[in-house]
Write a protein that binds this ligand. Sequence first.
Ligand SMILES: [Fe+2]
Ligand SMILES: [Fe+2]
Length: 146
Amino acid sequence: MNKVQWSDALLLGFEPMDQVHRDFVDLLAAAQNADDTRLPAAWQAVVAHTEDHFGREDDWMRRTHFSSADNHILQHRVVLNLLRDGIGMARAGELERVREMAGELAGWFAKHTQSLDAALALHMRRQPAEALTRYRTRAPVHATAP
Ligand SMILES: [Fe+2]
Ligand SMILES: [Fe+2]
């Protein structure tokens, strides 16, 4: 299985996004290391965090009229729908399928972060300083592994 792992290659230099990504890696790692009893709750935590993570990025893109927003927002929506399907799989006891999905998510995350998110981070770093302060003052996402 493709195990998620934090690496400084994932740092994009836009701190609010880097923090959300660190928390995501922690939660996905917790799900990948969870035993069968803990996996359903751990997966639910990944999905809840991802809803917030993608929601923040979508919000940044809309508020700053980011030119590549449509493609990026669509990719978030497709992936989030798949992850939500995983909650149903976990409830149905199809844990192997959830573990496969977690591995695929780990691979997707690294690629997405280094392509679409990297472009967004660059765009956000170019925003006026006062706008960046506003984005940074939003409540931080807390990673809470079950
Ligand atoms: Fe992201
Ligand atoms: Fe993204």
